[in-house]
Design a protein around this ligand. Structure first.
Ligand SMILES: Nc1ncnc2c1ncn2[C@@H]1O[C@H](COP(=O)(O)OP(=O)(O)OP(=O)(O)O)[C@@H](O)[C@H]1O
Length: 205
């Protein structure tokens, strides 16, 4: 998977959040989008994912050297972000079943097994609204990392995780992230230290 951003900028009203962002994000090893609060890291990730439109520039997605339409990229990526809610009314079992209507899990993995790997086996029949914030984050990570997709977009992936949860995140990335394009928006080295390249969004003002 390759994502090519050429002179991309985002403006809210009269304020430019970033401008002239040009990068090719490709291959394995991870890319970290870094910058202080309010600098535009989440905005950039949401533009890449297609949740927001950019104000100028071009973004292109390629898979096996073929240009992908935006909606095809969406099928090939999974996102973890604090603003993307897991459906509160569903149990974890129902939540995984709902997810499977749109995306498959990595070959060989069953939903219940995935819940166990992320420490949520005991919450299988529990409604998500009764999850703690850290449990919800583990569910988000499970749904994304175990999805059979070519790109992972991770916005502050360790939000609300305790030390064991952070260690779990790092282990999951090491075990299952390897052959995929990973983009992490973060201020926390625990979330992005595995990344081969660090990009400072504040360089694009
Ligand atoms: N819908 C919106 N309308 C106007 N301004 C917005 C909107 N969404 C975001 N912004 C502004 O865009 C800027 C970048 O926000 P963004 O959430 O991308 O920052 P961030 O780098 O991810 O910050 P943090 O580290 O705090 O998560 C901020 O100044 C924010 O106020």
């Amino acid at each position: 998977m390759t994502i090519s951003l050429n002179q991309v900028g985002k403006r809210y009203n009269h304020d430019w959040i970033f401008r002239r962002f040009t990068h090719t994000l490709s291959g394995t090893g991870g890319f970290a989008i870094l910058g202080p609060n309010g600098s535009g890291k989440s905005t950039l990730l949401q533009i890449i994912s297609g949740h927001h439109h950019h104000s100028e520039g071009q973004i292109e997605y390629f898979f096996n050297d073929q240009l992908l339409p935006q909606d095809q990229f969406f099928r090939n990526c999974a996102i973890v972000a604090p603003y993307l809610e897991v459906v509160e009314e569903l149990t974890l079992e129902e939540c995984f079943g709902f997810h499977l209507q749109f995306k498959s899990f990595l070959p060989g993995f069953k939903p219940r097994e995935i819940a166990g790997i992320v420490g949520l086996d005991g919450a299988w029949q529990k409604q998500v609204r009764h999850f703690s914030s850290g449990m919800k984050q583990r569910a988000r990570l499970a749904l994304a990392i175990f999805s059979d997709v070519r790109a992972l977009l991770l916005d502050e992936p360790c939000t609300n995780l305790d030390a064991a949860g952070i260690a779990l995140y790092q282990q999951l990335i090491a075990e299952y992230g390897g052959n995929r394009l990973i983009i992490v928006s973060s201020n926390d080295p625990a979330e992005y230290s595995f990344c081969k390249e660090q990009i400072r969004i504040s360089d694009y003002k």
